[in-house]
Design a protein around this ligand. Structure first.
Ligand code: HEC
Length: 115
Protein backbone atom coordinates (compact mmCIF):
# COMPACT_ATOMS: atom_id res chain seq x y z
CA UNK A 1 0.00 0.00 0.00
CA UNK A 2 1.50 3.36 -0.92
CA UNK A 3 2.31 5.59 1.99
CA UNK A 4 0.03 8.55 2.67
CA UNK A 5 -0.46 10.74 5.69
CA UNK A 6 -3.91 9.24 6.00
CA UNK A 7 -2.80 5.59 6.12
CA UNK A 8 0.00 6.56 8.50
CA UNK A 9 -2.42 8.29 10.86
CA UNK A 10 -4.91 5.46 10.66
CA UNK A 11 -2.40 2.71 11.23
CA UNK A 12 -0.08 4.23 13.78
CA UNK A 13 -0.47 5.42 17.30
CA UNK A 14 1.53 8.38 18.60
CA UNK A 15 1.26 7.35 22.21
CA UNK A 16 4.80 5.99 22.21
CA UNK A 17 7.20 7.07 24.90
CA UNK A 18 9.97 9.24 23.58
CA UNK A 19 13.47 10.19 24.57
CA UNK A 20 13.55 13.81 25.68
CA UNK A 21 17.12 14.01 24.44
CA UNK A 22 19.57 11.66 22.81
CA UNK A 23 21.08 10.61 26.14
CA UNK A 24 18.11 8.26 26.56
CA UNK A 25 18.89 6.55 23.27
CA UNK A 26 20.86 3.42 24.13
CA UNK A 27 24.24 2.77 22.59
CA UNK A 28 24.60 -0.67 21.04
CA UNK A 29 26.84 -3.08 22.95
CA UNK A 30 28.84 -6.19 22.06
CA UNK A 31 25.87 -8.28 23.26
CA UNK A 32 23.57 -6.39 20.91
CA UNK A 33 26.04 -7.09 18.10
CA UNK A 34 25.94 -10.82 18.95
CA UNK A 35 22.16 -10.81 18.89
CA UNK A 36 22.22 -8.93 15.59
CA UNK A 37 24.71 -11.34 14.01
CA UNK A 38 22.52 -14.29 14.98
CA UNK A 39 19.58 -12.76 13.25
CA UNK A 40 21.41 -11.12 10.35
CA UNK A 41 24.65 -13.02 9.65
CA UNK A 42 27.50 -10.58 9.15
CA UNK A 43 25.91 -7.75 11.17
CA UNK A 44 28.50 -5.87 13.23
CA UNK A 45 28.69 -3.48 16.15
CA UNK A 46 29.95 -0.76 13.78
CA UNK A 47 26.78 -1.17 11.72
CA UNK A 48 24.60 -0.89 14.81
CA UNK A 49 26.47 2.28 15.76
CA UNK A 50 25.80 3.71 12.31
CA UNK A 51 22.16 2.72 12.73
CA UNK A 52 21.99 4.65 15.99
CA UNK A 53 23.62 7.74 14.45
CA UNK A 54 21.22 7.65 11.51
CA UNK A 55 18.28 7.16 13.86
CA UNK A 56 19.26 10.20 15.95
CA UNK A 57 19.96 12.32 12.87
CA UNK A 58 17.00 11.33 10.71
CA UNK A 59 14.16 10.49 13.07
CA UNK A 60 13.95 13.53 15.34
CA UNK A 61 12.94 16.34 13.00
CA UNK A 62 9.17 15.78 13.09
CA UNK A 63 8.58 14.28 16.52
CA UNK A 64 10.67 13.48 19.58
CA UNK A 65 12.83 10.41 19.09
CA UNK A 66 10.85 7.34 20.05
CA UNK A 67 12.61 4.97 22.48
CA UNK A 68 13.53 1.61 20.96
CA UNK A 69 11.36 -0.25 23.48
CA UNK A 70 8.33 1.92 22.77
CA UNK A 71 7.51 -0.24 19.76
CA UNK A 72 7.41 -4.05 19.73
CA UNK A 73 10.66 -5.28 18.22
CA UNK A 74 8.86 -7.16 15.52
CA UNK A 75 6.96 -4.02 14.43
CA UNK A 76 10.02 -1.78 13.97
CA UNK A 77 10.67 -2.94 10.45
CA UNK A 78 7.14 -1.94 9.42
CA UNK A 79 7.34 1.41 11.27
CA UNK A 80 10.72 2.30 9.75
CA UNK A 81 9.40 1.36 6.30
CA UNK A 82 6.50 3.77 6.86
CA UNK A 83 8.87 6.49 8.07
CA UNK A 84 11.36 5.90 5.24
CA UNK A 85 9.31 8.03 2.88
CA UNK A 86 8.88 11.17 5.03
CA UNK A 87 12.41 10.76 6.38
CA UNK A 88 13.84 10.28 2.86
CA UNK A 89 15.73 7.17 3.87
CA UNK A 90 17.53 5.04 1.33
CA UNK A 91 17.23 1.26 1.68
CA UNK A 92 20.60 0.91 3.37
CA UNK A 93 19.85 3.58 5.99
CA UNK A 94 16.43 2.08 6.70
CA UNK A 95 18.06 -1.34 7.15
CA UNK A 96 20.68 -0.01 9.57
CA UNK A 97 18.13 1.95 11.60
CA UNK A 98 15.79 -1.05 11.76
CA UNK A 99 18.54 -3.39 12.98
CA UNK A 100 19.63 -0.94 15.65
CA UNK A 101 16.05 -0.48 16.87
CA UNK A 102 15.15 -4.19 16.82
CA UNK A 103 18.14 -5.34 18.88
CA UNK A 104 17.96 -2.51 21.39
CA UNK A 105 14.18 -2.97 21.73
CA UNK A 106 14.64 -6.66 22.52
CA UNK A 107 17.43 -5.93 24.99
CA UNK A 108 15.41 -3.17 26.68
CA UNK A 109 12.52 -5.51 27.32
CA UNK A 110 10.60 -5.10 24.07
CA UNK A 111 9.00 -8.27 22.78
CA UNK A 112 11.21 -11.01 21.44
CA UNK A 113 11.53 -11.03 17.69
CA UNK A 114 9.55 -13.94 16.34
CA UNK A 115 11.52 -16.30 14.13
C1 HEC B 1 8.89 14.07 7.92
C2 HEC B 1 8.43 13.84 9.28
C3 HEC B 1 8.84 12.54 9.97
C4 HEC B 1 10.09 11.98 10.05
C5 HEC B 1 11.39 12.50 9.47
C6 HEC B 1 9.93 10.78 10.84
N1 HEC B 1 8.65 10.64 11.25
FE1 HEC B 1 7.93 9.22 12.53
N2 HEC B 1 6.07 10.04 12.41
C7 HEC B 1 5.73 11.14 11.66
C8 HEC B 1 4.32 11.41 11.85
C9 HEC B 1 3.54 12.54 11.21
C10 HEC B 1 3.84 10.43 12.75
C11 HEC B 1 2.43 10.30 13.30
C12 HEC B 1 1.61 9.37 12.57
C13 HEC B 1 0.28 9.35 13.21
O1 HEC B 1 -0.55 10.16 12.79
O2 HEC B 1 0.09 8.53 14.12
C14 HEC B 1 4.96 9.59 13.08
C15 HEC B 1 4.88 8.53 13.96
C16 HEC B 1 5.95 7.75 14.35
C17 HEC B 1 5.89 6.67 15.31
C18 HEC B 1 4.65 6.21 16.08
C19 HEC B 1 4.03 5.14 15.26
C20 HEC B 1 3.76 3.86 15.99
O3 HEC B 1 3.30 2.93 15.29
O4 HEC B 1 3.97 3.73 17.18
C21 HEC B 1 7.11 6.13 15.39
C22 HEC B 1 7.55 4.98 16.27
C23 HEC B 1 7.98 6.87 14.46
N3 HEC B 1 7.22 7.85 13.85
C24 HEC B 1 9.28 6.58 14.24
C25 HEC B 1 10.09 7.26 13.32
C26 HEC B 1 11.42 6.84 12.95
C27 HEC B 1 12.14 5.60 13.48
C28 HEC B 1 11.89 7.77 12.06
C29 HEC B 1 13.22 7.77 11.36
C30 HEC B 1 13.44 6.65 10.46
C31 HEC B 1 10.83 8.76 11.88
N4 HEC B 1 9.77 8.40 12.64
C32 HEC B 1 10.97 9.91 11.10
C33 HEC B 1 6.58 11.90 10.90
C34 HEC B 1 7.94 11.69 10.74
Amino acid sequence: MPWTWRTLSAGLSVTVSSAACTSGVPHPTALDAEAAAQRWPGATLAELDRGRSLFVARCSSCHPLPLPESVDAERWSEVVDDMAIPAHLDTESARLITRYLVVTAVRSGGLEVRP
